[in-house]
Design a protein around this ligand. Structure first.
Ligand code: IMP
Length: 414
């Protein structure tokens, strides 16, 4: 059965939106499996930049159906805004969006709770996007969350207001601002609007599609380094960003997986706090940030920048069973004085799972010449790619050399 998974292998922002947009013609369905509006997937359509937060990145292709799966936490207000923006730009979303009845809801009060929790962490703050992701998943795991399918019941408004009251009471006790009645009302109106779209058992929908041999792409959000189980806990997001998360977050069988496509930048970035062994908190980092426009697509925060880390990348490839890799933003490294890539850490063995990874390891680097042309004919660029491919042991299928759809080179496509 033809299910491919596409996920980020670093700490998010690998350029997944653009890549999905480019490879989408091969698929009939693109389905988001985890995370929520903390994501910001940038796609260019008709010369305009769009940052998709909850809607799958294949949306601009007329033939693609978009599914928001059960593993996602959904903010109806933000989704309504996103849908309206797309419609205003001529994207015919009405007939192609399918929402899981089991996706948990981010309530207006979850956003306030996220702010409060982050404030309470003080100097150990995670650097959350404060979109209510953590508190919504907490309620899911505590078995008291509200799901999108609940809005189809008459009792929904009562349950929703009760849940908001419980959250607002917690906020009040801490002297924190609470969600207002007007906000709750606007939320109810937004959720009513979303009833226009099919709110269904998307797992059954996807399995039926797989049985008809329809090609499905599962779209990961954030990146493997932020996985709740395998990332640098507690500096992580609250979901399984890994390939395994696609099966639980969509309700599809592992046996359906054909390819796991990993995306990595040719260097590394991270937003928010947490360990980053190859970080360049210096003029090199500044150059990468400036050239790569490394500012958060959701929050606008400057991203921390550093060199590609093959130790972390190899771990991501192994745990996710990545079958091919796509490198993005090669153009950012063009004409640099030198390019470094970490191939080991001095501390061996190094535990990625040690709580908070308080001691940052010392990377061992190898050096590459930069290239003058973003072209596979350039000997320095082709040497860089061959060397990386040899070390990670899986094929590179494409390299991306700019934000536009056309700025992609087919490397090893088979
Ligand atoms: P949260 O998921 O908003 O609570 O954020 C937890 C951590 O994940 C923080 O370090 C965020 O900066 C990071 N994060 C969340 N979503 C994204 C994303 O889409 N790209 C990059 N980092 C993210």
């Amino acid at each position: 059965m033809p299910l491919d998974i596409l996920l980020g292998l670093q700490w998010g922002d690998e350029g997944k939106g653009k890549i999905i947009d480019v490879i989408a013609p091969q698929y009939e369905i693109v389905a988001r499996y985890q995370g929520g509006p903390n994501a910001g997937h940038t796609v260019y359509y008709q010369n305009q930049k769009f940052v998709l937060h909850q809607i799958p990145s294949g949306v601009f292709h007329p033939h693609i159906q978009c599914v928001i799966g059960n593993g996602v936490v959904l903010n109806p207000l933000l989704l309504k805004q996103e849908v309206e923006t797309l419609i205003a730009h001529g994207c015919n979303i009405q007939e192609k969006l399918f929402l899981s009845d089991s996706a948990h809801l981010i309530l207006p009060t979850h956003v306030y709770l996220d702010n409060l929790e982050e404030q309470n962490r003080g100097s150990a703050a995670i650097g959350s996007t404060k979109r209510g992701i953590g508190p919504a998943y907490q309620d899911k795991i505590a078995r008291k969350g509200l799901r999108l399918g609940d809005c189809l019941q008459n009792s929904f408004e009562k349950k929703f207001l009760q849940a908001c009251k419980i959250h607002n009471d917690i906020l009040k006790k801490s002297g924190h601002p609470t969600a207002s009645e007007a906000e709750c009302q606007a939320y109810l109106e937004a959720i009513n609007e979303l009833k226009k779209y099919p709110i269904i058992d998307t797992s059954a929908y996807l399995i039926a599609a797989l049985k008809k041999n329809k090609f499905i792409l599962a779209e990961g959000a954030q990146g493997f380094g932020l996985d709740i189980d395998h990332g640098s806990y507690p500096y992580v997001t609250s979901s399984n960003t890994s390939a395994g998360g696609a099966c639980t977050g969509l309700g599809v069988p592992p046996g359906a997986i054909r390819k796991v496509i990993g995306i990595s930048k040719a260097y590394a970035t991270r937003v928010g706090n947490g360990p980053f062994p190859t970080e360049q908190n210096n003029s090199i980092g500044d150059v990468l940030r400036k050239r790569g426009q490394e500012y958060g697509a959701t929050t606008g925060r400057p991203r921390r920048c550093g060199w590609l880390d093959l130790v972390a990348l190899q771990r991501a490839i192994d745990i996710n069973g990545v079958t091919e890799i796509i490198f993005t933003k090669l153009d950012v490294l063009q004409n640099l004085e030198e390019i470094l890539v970490a191939i080991a850490y001095q501390e061996i063995p190094y535990s990625f799972t040690e709580k908070a990874l308080s001691s940052s390891p010392q990377p061992v680097y190898i050096q590459f010449h930069s290239w003058q042309k973003n072209d596979l004919d350039d000997p320095h660029l082709s040497f860089f790619l061959q060397e990386i491919e040899k070390r990670i042991g899986i094929p590179i299928s494409y390299v991306s050399i700019g934000p536009e759809r056309e700025q992609i080179l087919s490397y090893n496509y088979f």
